[in-house]
Design a protein around this ligand. Structure first.
Ligand SMILES: [Zn+2]
Length: 613
């Protein structure tokens, strides 16, 4: 498969023709339905197979998109019915012995709002080609054209990384956009409607920002921030690998997540992302993350991730490179963009990275490498008990990447860091874009770029389940991961008159949710008071020491007032049957990333090097 390529410049599609043409009709948009006609010409085989993908690259879960397809009709170009049959859940085999053309028609129900699935209604169409357009087996390397038959006076704007095949289109003819192959088409989300768009240019490359979801947000402010993101990441990698790039932001209630593409990304946020500083910082870090994937994962990638088998799981243990490295750099580059102060960045590392992993007992049950290989049935399946079973390759992968970067900095006394290794991987991609990287390729690239032996350490951290040696790595930087000594203050008022002593914070190890007035156990962390009390996921907590509690905050207040070392009697329901148990809170361990008080000049120098921007 030496033909694999996701590179496309707009000029390459101008004035092209195609023997594989999709026609999209939206007469039933109000019913969330697209009508698809796929025209295939120049067939020179006794049979032709058409396949609907079962998953989309970047989201490692079998989703069976074919479930939303129906009303299949297969004819030749003259409308003569052809013999055809389903040969598996997502594959149609058409007899083409006596014809050189196929006209496949089907309807597709598109009503899943998000970054990775199609969503069509009376106001707009968001189309993920990989989630609704069948491909022709053995012919994915040809040009693919898509004809859009929507009413352009009603839906005025179209935004996508797909390229126009003509300079301009008459009002009464469909827009035609194209891709050099199916991999590029599959990778190209399309928004059609009346969304807001801004454009800007950096280093000769066009950039577009589209806000989807009909929310009234400050697009001009965001465009300025994205300008900064592009400049910062361009400085990191040394160049922009495209002629045009599209940022698509879906703003909608409860929306979250993102998906990377070769010349675009789609990120999704709740409207609250625009309401306060830390939410806005989180949104910008998401945009930094998805944009970083333009280089790391779409181009620099594990060898198993492109070319793809669209019907089955594509297993790789290297998502620590694709997502772990990206997770480290998303916050670091957000800091380099100036969106975090130094203190804010260190707080993010402390609370959102190290502190969060501390609460994942699954880090001792499975390695990052296995968590990556099993992403299909672990991270993307979201078992309620997942935190006890495995660590996310985003979270732990990102922490290991930070440790790797700091290890390289310390070993080279502040001369090299992981940045140079990423640039070396980038050069390797440019030399052989058709091939992804093996684990050895990655390790060799890093060792070559920075001159430090990292193989043993990296494999131990990514492949093991022992506690990571944070403080060995942090010490040369004058940092320590440890317990914050909290002085338990006497509450004072006025003339320093002491009131009741504040009790040390307690820890239970349970996560609760308020569900229609009921207090339900969402998660029980292994090895904690909650597990010892015998709580199970989905149990309903009724009373603490005979007093009714109906919200998570009241429950925690009760526990706090009981304090460390004392027992509370809990009344709860399991599967509708009452039980009573004893719960003994533990002292909460308040760990944090801290700076040592007597920092040496060498430590200061390395810290400055790590956090320079
Ligand atoms: Zn990612």
């Amino acid at each position: 498969m030496q033909n694999y390529s996701i590179e496309q410049r707009d000029e390459q599609l101008l004035d092209t023709t195609s023997n594989i043409r999709y026609h999209l009709y939206f007469e039933k948009a109000a019913q969330h339905t697209i009508r698809v006609e796929l025209h295939i010409d120049a067939i020179d085989a006794p049979s032709t197979a058409l396949i609907m993908p079962s998953w989309m690259p970047g989201s490692y879960k079998i989703r069976e998109m074919v479930a939303h397809q129906g009303n299949v009709v297969v004819t030749d170009a003259l409308g003569t019915p052809l013999q055809w049959q389903w040969t598996s859940k997502n594959r149609i085999l058409v007899s083409t012995e006596n014809t050189s053309s196929i006209r496949l028609q089907y309807t597709y129900f598109a009503n899943e709002r998000g970054v990775r699935t199609s969503h069509v209604n009376r106001f707009h169409a968001y189309i993920m080609p990989v989630a609704c357009l069948m491909f022709v087996e053995e012919r994915i390397h040809e040009n693919h054209h898509v004809y859009f038959h929507h009413d352009r006076s009603n839906w005025k704007t179209i935004t996508t990384q797909l390229s126009p095949v003509k300079h301009s289109f008459d009002e009464d003819e469909p827009l035609i956009l194209g891709a050099l192959n199916y991999d590029i088409l599959a990778d190209s989300p399309i928004e059609i409607g009346n969304h807001s768009v801004r454009e800007f240019e950096i280093a000769g490359a066009k950039h577009e920002l589209a806000i989807m979801g009909n929310q009234n947000v400050d697009i001009d402010w965001l465009m300025g921030e994205i300008h900064q993101i592009v400049e910062t990441e361009r400085a990191f990698w040394g160049e922009l690998p495209y002629d045009r790039y599209v940022f698509m932001l879906l703003v909608g209630e409860g929306q979250r997540g993102g998906l990377e593409h070769a010349r675009s990304n789609v990120s999704a946020v709740d409207p609250s992302a625009f309401s306060d500083k830390s939410s806005a910082q989180g949104m910008l870090a998401l945009l930094v993350h998805e944009y970083f994937h333009t280089w790391n994962i779409k181009r620099i990638r594990p060898e198993e991730l492109g070319p793809f088998d669209y019907s089955n799981e594509n297993y790789t243990s290297l998502l620590w490179l694709a997502e772990g490295f990206t997770s480290y750099y998303d916050d670091l580059l957000t800091y380099r963009c100036g969106f975090y102060t130094r203190e804010e960045y260190l707080n993010v590392v402390s609370e959102q990275h190290l502190g969060r992993l501390e609460r994942i007992p699954g880090r001792h049950a499975m390695s990052v490498k296995d968590s990556s290989l099993l992403a299909w049935v672990k991270l993307y399946s979201l078992s309620p008990d997942m935190n006890n079973r495995f660590p996310s390759y985003y979270l732990k992968g990102g922490i290991v990447t930070m440790m790797l970067d700091m290890w390289i900095i310390a070993q080279t006394n502040g001369t090299y860091r992981l940045d140079q290794a990423m640039q070396t991987m980038w050069e390797l991609y440019k030399n052989r874009p058709e091939r992804g990287l093996s684990e050895d390729d990655i390790i060799n690239c890093i060792e070559f770029a920075v001159g430090v032996k990292i193989r043993e350490k990296l494999l131990e951290w990514m492949g093991g389940t022992d506690e990571l040696p944070y403080n060995d790595i942090l010490q040369p930087f004058g940092l320590v991961w440890g317990t914050r000594k909290e002085v338990t203050p006497w509450n004072t008022f006025g003339e320093n008159r002491p009131f009741a002593a504040k009790k040390a914070p307690v820890f239970i190890g349970v996560s609760l949710k308020d569900e229609q007035g009921k207090l339900i156990v969402r998660e029980v962390e292994v090895g904690t008071p909650a597990e010892r009390a015998g709580f199970g996921i989905d149990d309903e907590i009724l009373c603490v020491n005979g007093r009714r509690v109906s919200s998570a905050s009241t429950f925690m207040q009760e526990m706090q007032s009981i304090g460390v070392g004392k027992c509370a009697t809990i009344t709860a329901l399991c599967d509708g049957t009452l039980y009573e148990t004893s719960l003994q809170p533990e002292p909460a361990v308040n760990k944090a990333l801290m700076q040592v008080s007597d920092m040496s000049d060498t430590q200061r120098k390395l810290l400055e090097f790590w956090l320079k921007r």
